[in-house]
Design a binder for this molecule. Structure first.
Ligand code: CA
Length: 406
């Protein structure tokens, strides 16, 4: 191996995720995470080892690289894997090709044109339905027929490390008959994963569930910040608006679909049967362990949720097929998030709304404090990894600090 990879690293030789990094000396450019290091792809390009226009490896976004197509990007990934394993490869004896992750700053990996958020966890939709609507009929009649989603806001998607300000807005306090304005009292995270589209379609075209994987470049962790009190007052009849669009945070390394291939598992049975355009063959879910931690100011982290991407009722191929079935076009860099990923157990819920059951059951933190929702100064961290024997592929983390309202 050209470089030491710590045991249990998310960025093992099996991963090879892509991102955008910079250092004091190096402008933002494409890198590959390996162990605790980053392989500088712009520097590798200077070795004259690639047969495409390598100027795009110096760009501050992955979009042009992704647009080379999977045939090329997969070959690049495999070459890097091969070179890293071979002590006599073109990468040998060139420490200047590597940067320590601790000395690099990560940037948004892609330029996101459009962002869509789904609502594809049965457990989450049921929990929210119980709290916001009717405990007896939590799921709306369309939920098991349509991968429900809405168009979000791409401009406010930020990368791990960038803080957010507590959003302000309009709410209707319990028992009141006129709304009030002020900072949200119910700031929440949503544990999600997002996929990045890797191929364009034209207006009028649709992507089938069979072809959908060709259109997915890779995945990131996705924290879809939410203001529950604003959401409750505004969401009828058109769905989420200002309760959701003030920020969503993503992890900086894009893990390719190819790296996740060995971790596919059977999808849950869908009953009633879905319409033909949503049917699919083979395993389409992924066994990815997920966790959420809250770190209060001057305190240590408490893990408040353990969940898994495998719980998704609707898979990514169905989401993409549904999104495009009406001829809506997609572009490289578009982000599609899963919706909050909750499991069945109370400690596997993917939001404070569910974990504290609408604020009725506070969560105890290690420092003795309690949380019903997220407070100013708190840092929220999402992590994700998958493991199969000795093979580990992880996402690193997305961490975001909440600052007081501006
Ligand atoms: Ca969401």
């Amino acid at each position: 191996m050209i470089i030491d990879i710590p045991e249990n690293s998310d960025f093992s030789i099996h991963n090879i995720p892509f991102g955008i990094f910079s250092t004091k000396e190096r402008s933002p450019r494409i890198g590959v995470a390996i162990g605790d290091h980053i392989l500088d792809m712009a520097a590798v390009a200077e070795l004259d080892v690639f047969d495409f226009n390598t100027a795009l490896l110096e760009k501050d976004t992955l979009n042009d690289f992704i647009s080379l197509g999977k045939e090329i990007t997969t070959r690049v990934r495999k070459k890097i894997q091969y070179w890293l394993k071979d002590d006599d490869s073109v990468l040998a004896g060139k420490p200047e090709l590597f940067v320590k992750q601790s000395e690099a700053q990560m940037h948004m990996p892609v330029t996101i044109g459009d962002y869509t958020d789904f609502y594809s966890s049965l457990e989450h939709a049921t929990n929210v339905g119980k709290m916001f609507r009717d405990p007896e009929n939590a799921l709306l009649p369309n939920w098991k027929h349509i991968p429900v989603g809405y168009h979000g806001r791409a401009s406010s998607i930020i990368v791990s490390g960038q803080p957010i300000y507590r959003p302000k807005g309009q709410t209707m306090p319990n028992g009141a008959d006129t709304p009030v304005f002020g900072p949200t009292k119910r700031l929440d995270f949503e544990l999600e994963m997002g996929f990045i589209c890797g191929k364009d379609t034209n207006l009028g075209e649709s992507v089938s569930t069979k072809d959908a994987e060709d259109y997915i470049f890779g995945l990131v962790l996705f924290n879809d910040w939410s203001a529950r009190d604003i959401q409750k007052w505004e969401y009828v009849p058109l769905g989420p608006f200002l309760a959701k669009n003030f920020a969503s945070s993503i992890s900086p390394w894009v893990v390719t679909l190819e790296a996740l291939e060995p971790f596919k598992i059977e999808s849950p049975t869908q009953e009633p049967e879905v319409l033909p355009y949503l049917q699919f063959e083979g395993a389409k879910n992924y066994d990815i362990h997920l966790e959420v931690g809250i770190t209060p100011e001057q305190g240590q982290e408490t893990i408040v949720s353990h969940s898994n991407f495998k719980y998704m009722y609707w898979n990514m191929c169905q989401q993409l097929a549904h999104h495009t079935v009406n001829g809506c076009n997609i572009n490289i860099g578009d982000m599609m998030a899963s919706g909050t990923i909750s499991g069945k157990e109370e400690d596997s819920f993917g939001s404070m709304l569910e974990l504290s059951w609408g604020g009725t059951k506070p969560i105890k933190l290690k420092n003795g404090n309690e949380r019903k929702f997220i407070e100013d100064g708190d840092k929220v961290t999402l992590r994700g990894y998958t493991k199969n024997g000795d093979i580990r592929v992880g996402f690193g983390e997305v961490t975001t600090k909440v600052l007081p309202a501006k």
